[in-house]
Design a protein around this ligand. Structure first.
Ligand code: ATP
Ligand code: MG
Length: 209
């Protein structure tokens, strides 16, 4: 006799397609990950919880802490998990932009030789996840082009609730001189409840790895 439990045993073809897609996407992101950040570490629970959020309720994450404490490693690994979770819940491969702040701010300049600032801004506005590493490392002139582009970029992401992941060695309250007043106001709301402080020593100093 036919029973429901037999049905339950059958592999759902959609599930296996998703699983394969997820494994491929995670493996390909691992390939793009800088070598020293490819091995798994114990993720801070807040970063792990961020990555495990349902894709229909994405939130932003601000990873802060002293130099060498593990922010960038945490960010790459959390992003990898975030991608896997996104595919598991939506079945769709997300677009993820990963940028060092210094390279990003150079690329956004109107005289950039390598990028069309307008096209890049549009691409970064739309990406499913934007990860900016080491925000406080970049130098910006107040009220200049970079801050104007950052405004366009962050305002569009803010009004569409698109998540941003930032690593930074200063607190989110101390980034106004970099991003400008209007972006700072938006970041305050985007990162409400989404600040993760990593504590500890500079792991590069030795003895802790
Ligand atoms: N939880 C961890 N366990 C073991 N090693 C770790 C861990 N987190 C980071 N590391 C290692 O510590 C070193 C420093 O980490 P990372 O580059 O992420 O620091 P950071 O906080 O981003 O530093 P900075 O502020 O200078 O950018 C790297 O070699 C990294 O692989
Ligand atoms: Mg770093």
């Amino acid at each position: 006799m036919h029973s429901n439990s037999d049905d339950d045993q059958l592999p759902d073809p959609q599930d296996s397609v998703r699983r394969e897609r997820r494994e491929d996407a995670v493996a390909s992101f691992l390939q793009q990950t800088p070598v020293i950040y490819q091995h798994d570490i114990d993720l801070h629970p807040k970063a792990a919880a961020w990555a495990a959020r349902e894709a229909d309720a994405p939130i932003s994450l601000f990873l802060t802490g002293a130099i060498g404490v593990g922010k960038t490693h945490t960010a790459w690994q959390a992003t990898r998990h975030w991608i896997g979770q996104h595919i598991a819940t939506t079945g769709r491969q997300p677009s993820v932009e990963t940028w060092r702040s210094t390279a990003l701010f150079d690329a956004l300049r109107p005289d950039s030789r390598d990028y069309d600032g307008r096209a890049l801004t549009a691409q970064l506005q739309r990406a499913d996840l934007l990860y900016i590493d080491d925000l406080a490392a970049a130098r910006v002139s107040p009220g200049g082009w970079t801050q104007e582009r950052l405004y366009e970029l962050f305002d569009e992401r803010y009004i569409n609730r698109r998540p941003v992941l930032i690593t930074c060695d200063v607190l989110p309250s101390q980034t106004e001189h970099i991003v400008g007043e209007r972006v700072q106001s938006r970041l305050r709301e985007m990162f409400r409840g989404g600040v993760c402080l990593l504590e500890g020593d500079d792991r590069r100093a030795g003895g802790t790895q």
